[in-house]
Design a protein around this ligand. Sequence first.
Ligand code: PLP
Length: 452
Amino acid sequence: CGMAQLLNEFDCERTLKNGTYWMPFTANRRVKEHPASRIITSAKGAYYYTAEGKPLFDTLSGLWCTPLGHGHPRIVEALKTQAETLDYCTAFQMANPVTVRLAERIAGMAPNGLDHVFFANSGSEAVDTALKIALGYHRLRGEGGRFRMIGRERGYHGVGFGGMSVGGIVPNRKMFANGMMNGVDHLRHTYDSAHMAFSKGQPAWGGEYAEDLERLIGLHDASTIAAVIVEPVQGSTGVLVPPVGYLQRLREICTKHGILLIFDEVITGFGRMGDNFASQRFNVKPDMITFAKAVTNGIVPMGGVIVSSDIYDTFMTGPKNAVEFAHGYTYSGHPLAAAVGHAVLDIMEEESLISRARSLEIILEEAIHSLADLEGIKDIRNIGLTAAIDLVPASDAPGARGLPLFELGLKNGLLLRCTGDTVSFGPPFISTTEQLQDMVETVRRLIVSVTQ
Ligand code: PLP
């Protein structure tokens, strides 16, 4: 009641205009021009609602994080019950059953041999944790000279110093060039529109891009390289799908040279690829998997790293009373997040939502590729319950198509994810066939209007 009163009296538009609230990854000055259109006040199922009660279809499941939709009563109940039972507990030297059991469930969903879970609170923290585990692992094995990390162009691994450094999105790096981690190199990204435009699923061409890794090993020497980190499908830069054989080859090369392979599954984990993890979809087992987002349906922040027994066992050496890994967060394995995680996994299991994501893949694929006839479209790609469209850039302003499309989406019932000239889709697993088809038909109209 107090909060409702506070909000009733509060002028959100004015505060957005004056900039007190600095918005992340946002053109803040653009928002100030039309703040009313950017305010969401509630959400239910696959829709957000604006202050005027207008529905917006959630085309990216939040930021790829709410596959079960919004306001699920079982999740709300789990959160409330947990808050009443154990609202916080330190994870340093102490444990609680809800978090411990969630580790067991997550390990049970992961590929065999990835049996240990370390919790963080976000994808960025999960990535930094995995990079630190890789450094520690080699040092404990007497190979402390392995300090280099290999990321990939166009990769997104969050915004911590580690994730930013192994990431390959130029605008995210440029301003902070002086703060990069030492010794990071990058594989080329695997996207080539000349060979793979309008592919459905994995492109047949491009597996040989994995040989880049042998070249970097030739350049730096394997004895200096700790880990390779890649997103199995590059999500944030517009669903760049791995060519057939690419991930398998990375695995072979890493194994041959004693380099750890990390799959950043912050987007692809927990069903987005129609399997528990992309590792299973592509049948490639990494040494570590990072996760976040969907594990709690985006409701309470949580992230983490699933590690192989070899890595875990390597840390469990040395004096028994010593802390084995000097790393962790105040909110690692937060009981509220863990309770939500259980509710999410229960719902996924009981409602077979991962198989549903797999069946919806075909619907989304057909619908989205039906736009191929539009002159304003340069490429369409899809895999799992994800897809992306590249628009033909405006000749005088490359990268500028997305913002007007995004703003038009808001007026036409869609919350779109547009970056540069690319629109990405990752609808909720609870979407209906009709909702996906309607989404694509609206997108057709909007693209015609912004590109003609
Ligand atoms: N890694 C990947 C693959 C991501 O897609 C993201 C976020 O989109 C992150 C890491 C960073 O996650 P967070 O924003 O929770 O820090």
